[in-house]
Write a protein that binds this ligand. Structure first.
Ligand SMILES: *Cc1c(COP(=O)(O)O)cnc(C)c1O
Length: 303
C-alpha cells in the first residue's frame, strides 16, 4: 500500500497572482501516492492496520457517508493487507450503488446501510458491540476504526506527511474534516513553521476544538496553528458556482484536479487570503493535496 520509497511530487505553482503577491506556493501531491486512492487516508490507516495485525484481527469495521474517501481507502487497504472489511454507511440505500460504494464493494467490502439516527451512535460502545456481531464477524475478531480514521493511530500516521517535504517552508495548509490530519501535521512542525487548516463544514469553533483536544491529550501545545472557517461554502459537500469556476480555472492553468469537498475549498481559500495580503512576501507555503478525487465521479454523475 504505502511504498516508502515513492517520491511524492512537490509541485511549484506560479501564476499572475502568486507572482503579484510574492508567495512561493507548492502543492504536495499526496493524491498521487496510490494509483486508485491516494491522499491523506492511507496515512491515517497505516498504524491502524498495523495495530489490527498486532491484535490478530481478521475484520476491519469502519464508518462513512456514501461518498466517503475513508470508506474507499479502507476497502482498498483492507484488500491489499488481507483484512476483511465492513463498511457501515450512513443513510438508507437508494437505488444503485454510486461509484465510491461500487469501488468499495469491488475491493471486497461488506456494506451495511444504517439510518441517520442509528449512524449517530457510531461511537457508542453498545452500538459497536452490536455491529461486532454482524454476519461472519465477531467483535473479538473485529478492529474498529472511527469515522474518517480519526484516532491516535491516524494522527501518528499523518505526522509523517511532512517527512515527504524536502524544502524549507513557512506554512503548511490542509483541508479539515475531522482535524486528524492537521493535528498530525502540527505535531511534526519545527521552529517557526505554521499550520493553517481550512474547515470544510459549518460549525463555529468545531475543528479548532477537535484539534485542541487532540493536542492537549498528546501534550503538544506549543506549535503555531490556526483554523480558517470562512471557506466552507455553505457546509459539508455544499458548493457554489464561484467555487466550481475557481476549481476549473485552477485545473486548466496548473493541470492539478481538485475535489469540491476538501481541496477545492482549501485552494480557493489560499488564493483569497493571498489576494487579501494575508501572506508575507517571500513566504513559502505548502498546500497539501489530500486526494478525494474519487468522490468527484459521484458528484458529477449526480448533477
Ligand atoms: C478526509 C479528507 C480530508 C480531511 O481530513 P481530516 O483528517 O478528517 O481533517 C481532507 N481532504 C480530503 C481529500 C479528504 O478525503
Amino acid at each position: 500500500m504505502q511504498d516508502q520509497t515513492f517520491e511524492i511530487p512537490l509541485q511549484r505553482i506560479t501564476d499572475e497572482i502568486t507572482r503579484k503577491y510574492g508567495v512561493n506556493l507548492y502543492v504536495l501531491r499526496l493524491d498521487q501516492y496510490h494509483p486508485a486512492i491516494g491522499g491523506n487516508k492511507l496515512f491515517k490507516l497505516r498504524y491502524n492496520l498495523q495495530e489490527a495485525k498486532r491484535q490478530d484481527k481478521q475484520y476491519i469495521l469502519t464508518f462513512g457517508g456514501a461518498f466517503s474517501n475513508h470508506i474507499a481507502a479502507t476497502a482498498a487497504a483492507g484488500k491489499e493487507y488481507g483484512f476483511k472489511t465492513i463498511g457501515i454507511i450512513r443513510g438508507d440505500q437508494t437505488g444503485e450503488l454510486n461509484p465510491t460504494l461500487t469501488f468499495a464493494q469491488e475491493q471486497g467490502m461488506q456494506l451495511h446501510f444504517v439510518s441517520r439516527e442509528m449512524y449517530r451512535q457510531k461511537d457508542d460502545p453498545a452500538f459497536l458491540n452490536l455491529l461486532g456481531q454482524l454476519p461472519g464477524s465477531t467483535l473479538s475478531d473485529t478492529y474498529i476504526i472511527p469515522e474518517g480514521g480519526a484516532n491516535a493511530f491516524g494522527i501518528k500516521g499523518c505526522s509523517e506527511i511532512t517527512q515527504h517535504i524536502h524544502i524549507p517552508f513557512d506554512r503548511i495548509c490542509c483541508a479539515c474534516g475531522t482535524g486528524t490530519t492537521l493535528a498530525g501535521i502540527i505535531l511534526s512542525l519545527n521552529g517557526n513553521q505554521q499550520a493553517m487548516g481550512f474547515q470544510v463544514l459549518k460549525g463555529e469553533g468545531y475543528i479548532k476544538n477537535e484539534v485542541q483536544r487532540w493536542l492537549s491529550r498528546l501534550n503538544a501545545t506549543l506549535q503555531k496553528w490556526e483554523i480558517t472557517e470562512g471557506y466552507h461554502f455553505g457546509g459539508y459537500a455544499k458548493t457554489k458556482p464561484e467555487l466550481l469556476r475557481f476549481m476549473q480555472d485552477f485545473e486548466n492553468t496548473h493541470h492539478i484536479p481538485l475535489d469540491f469537498i476538501y481541496t477545492g475549498k482549501m485552494m480557493y481559500g489560499i488564493y483569497d487570503l493571498m489576494q487579501k495580503g494575508e501572506f508575507k512576501i517571500g513566504e513559502t507555503i505548502i498546500a497539501l493535496h489530500t486526494g478525494g478525487l474519487q468522490g468527484n465521479a459521484g458528484f458529477y454523475e449526480k448533477k
